[in-house]
Design a protein around this ligand. Structure first.
Ligand code: TRP
Ligand code: SF4
Length: 328
């Protein structure tokens, strides 16, 4: 299946990103034709005031992907802003997209609310889903792995496809299906959602020592004062980490031992740290082989491949729009 998905370059990836998104991308590339891209124009729609170095953030993002197991030999990796066809198609789609679809978008309304501290009453932010539609249909995506919050954007994409086909009498695009990835339930180290801005995240690029320093001070069941006090793993966030990263048999044993007061929290955290290390150590090894030049070369090759495909799509689109002639 042809698969397209993007991520905004907003900083280092953490365990929540891995379990919620990347793990799924990595699995998909085994038997699908995948394109993953750095959605830097989309990042600008909410962060245009922040003077971010989006070039470097994009590189770092791709480095995180490859370290985590995305294979540039199998998947095409590219940068959205390098492929001008996204902007070209976005212009055309904007011409046919009713404002009502965008204004009614529940994700749009949620985000305006959540990002009150930012001034995002902009054309760029309102039309975010139009750009996303362009990203997807330029490459004939059949499946789009997304989280729950992105469902309305996929629905708008399909509506735009149908409207375009109806208006220009051509069946150029595919209607993409959403591939819903369950949102990662892994909380941050303070129990809130894991996020760089809350300073509660374990990053994929953390060292062994950084992981342990963060885990060591994480809150556990507050009822446990002495080592053999019975505990309740259900109120302990370390146990959430175990459920996400430790093998089932060990998780069951920790559950029982915690309730019986038979394991101390430090020992339990050591097992947890080992589970995290099992995941991060291979990433560190792959990362050690990567530098900015290698990433740039990989992205340049991906950009070239993407550009060719996007160019071919735009040729058909422009014929349909400007000559009302179909070559489908
Ligand atoms: N909007 C997506 C997000 O915030 C990122 C994105 C941009 C995307 N274009 C896309 C995802 C196309 C899938 C397909 O997570
Ligand atoms: Fe949490 Fe483990 Fe301590 Fe139980 S033993 S409270 S699960 S850290």
């Amino acid at each position: 299946m042809r698969i397209v998905s993007g991520m905004r370059p907003t900083g280092k990836l953490h365990l929540g990103h891995y379990l919620g998104v990347l793990k799924n991308w990595i699995a998909l590339q085994n038997d699908n034709d995948c394109r993953f891209f750095v959605a830097d124009w989309h990042a600008l729609s909410t962060s245009y005031e922040e003077k971010l170095n989006l070039r470097q953030l994009g590189r770092d993002l791709v480095k995180d992907w490859i370290a985590a197991g995305i294979d540039p030999e199998r998947s095409t990796l590219f940068v959205q802003s390098a492929i001008k066809e996204h902007a070209e198609l976005y212009v055309l789609l904007n011409m046919v997209t009713p404002l009502g679809w965008l204004e009614r978008n529940p994700t749009y309304k949620d985000q305006l609310e959540q990002m009150r501290h930012k001034e995002i009453h902009t054309a760029g932010f309102l039309t975010y889903p139009v750009l996303q539609a362009a990203d997807i249909i330029l490459y004939g995506a059949e499946g789009v792995p997304i989280g729950e919050d992105q469902r309305p954007h996929l629905e708008i994409t399909r509506e735009i496809v149908r409207r375009f086909h109806h208006l220009f009498g051509c069946e150029i695009f595919k209607e993409p299906k959403e591939m819903l990835t369950p949102t990662s339930r892994l909380p941050g180290l303070d129990g809130r959602k894991m996020s760089k801005s809350y300073d509660n995240a374990i990053f994929l690029s953390d060292t062994t020592d950084e992981v342990w320093q963060k885990l060591r001070v994480a809150k556990t069941d507050p009822q446990r004062v002495r080592r053999n006090d019975p505990g309740d793993p259900d109120v302990c966030l370390v146990f959430d980490y175990h459920k996400a990263l430790t093998d089932d048999a060990t998780v069951q044993k920790i559950d029982a031992d915690c309730r019986a007061g038979a394991i101390g929290c430090i020992d339990c955290k050591k097992i947890c740290a080992a589970s995290i290390e099992r995941l991060l150590e291979p990433m560190r090894q792959r990362r050690a082989d990567l530098d900015d030049d290698k990433i740039d070369a990989i992205v340049e090759a991906g950009n070239a491949a993407a550009k060719e495909e996007a160019g071919a799509t735009m040729q058909r689109v422009n014929d349909a729009v400007f000559e009302i002639s179909c070559h489908t």
